[in-house]
Design a protein around this ligand. Structure first.
Ligand code: SER
Length: 331
């Protein structure tokens, strides 16, 4: 199969998800031709201009192959996945979407001359017994099906790179926060402090106040993902990179929210299952390799994010009639 044309579009799988929406907007803003797919319809408020949108089930190998053969993308951002908390409610479905889905995308890419697959990995690849600061190469012992499938996705992609010359790159995202509702992650307590704080004036977090995991504001995450995709291959020393921004305790996030919204009440009622997942993740990530190899540098700290995010969440709450946040988060 000859390589695809240099002007071929970029394909985004899982485009209706939390990362997909902002990634599409970023790519469209940079004038990059893009094609989106997801099983879900295009979100009504997406405001993405004229991005072609296709319903594709990544677990269906034939459908993925036929779609990639038709679109002939040069690059695929493979985002489609079920996150950690929701994944524990149905590990079998999570395996199929995350693991079989990634295999199907890599196979279709290999067969149809796609140059590059960009993968979104996660802090959930790590497991208990970590050092205080976690580098790229510590042992990976995830406790969730989401984490297991992301480790396997990292390894599978690196295999396709070595074996077939498919340019496979990925970042391990911290918990991501943005003005859109996340889809069942264990890091969602952070966003809900803002979202429910603005929507109903209070939020009870499902974690302890001293819970500390790496977090990142979505604009830094998107810029990081796209910068990695566009970095010269010869600068890269690995396939998958840790990236980091800030690591606040949960009560420090609450304090940041309350500095801007003093009337918001935030309290804590840890849920044992989700707390155990949070306690198994890194407290602080070391992203030295990402900074050195392709210049990753986040722009937002916690309070900078809070200032930027609060007006956006206000607009989201005003524009949507979403179900109670707790319903969305429940595993
Ligand atoms: N935000 C993700 C989750 O909580 C972590 O990658 O599942």
């Amino acid at each position: 199969m000859p390589p695809v044309d240099a002007n071929a579009p970029t394909l985004v799988t899982g485009a209706a998800g939390q990362v997909g929406q902002d990634l599409l907007r970023h790519l469209v803003g940079r004038g990059i031709p893009v094609v989106a797919c997801d099983l879900r319809p295009e979100p009504p408020a997406a405001d993405l201009g004229h991005v072609p949108w296709h319903a594709v089930d990544v677990t269906d190998a034939e459908a993925v192959e036929a779609f990639v053969a038709k679109v002939r993308p040069r690059r695929i951002f493979h985002l489609a996945a079920i996150l950690s908390a929701r994944g524990e409610a149905n590990p079998q479905r999570t395996y199929t979407v995350n693991q079989t889905g990634t295999y199907n995308v890599l196979e279709a890419a290999r067969r149809h001359g796609v140059e590059q697959v960009v993968f979104t990995s996660t802090i959930a690849v790590f497991g208990p017994g970590l050092p205080e600061v976690v580098g790229d190469d510590v042992p990976l012992h995830p406790t969730t099906m989401y984490g297991v499938t992301k480790v396997a996705g990292e390894l599978l992609g690196a295999y396709y790179d070595r074996r077939y010359g498919l340019d496979f790159r990925g970042v391990r995202f911290p918990g991501l926060i943005s003005a859109s509702l996340p889809g069942g992650g264990t890091s969602d307590y952070a966003l809900f402090m803002y979202y429910d704080g603005i929507r109903v004036g209070h939020y009870t977090a499902f974690c302890r106040p001293d819970t500390k995991i790496p977090l990142m504001y979505m604009p830094d995450a998107i810029r990081g993902l796209v910068d990695l995709a566009l970095a010269p291959k010869e600068r890269l020393t690995r396939n998958v990179y840790n990236i980091a921004a800030f690591s606040p305790r949960a009560d420090e996030i609450a304090a940041s929210v309350r500095r801007l919204l003093p009337d918001v009440r935030i309290d804590f009622a840890p849920d044992p299952q989700r707390q155990a997942i949070l306690d198994s993740w890194p407290r602080v990530l070391d992203d030295t390799a990402a900074r050195r190899d392709w210049g990753f540098a986040p722009a937002f700290d916690l309070d900078g994010m809070t200032r930027d995010l609060v007006p956006k969440i206000r607009a989201l709450v005003a524009a949507t009639n979403e179900p109670a946040a707790a319903d969305v988060a429940a595993p």
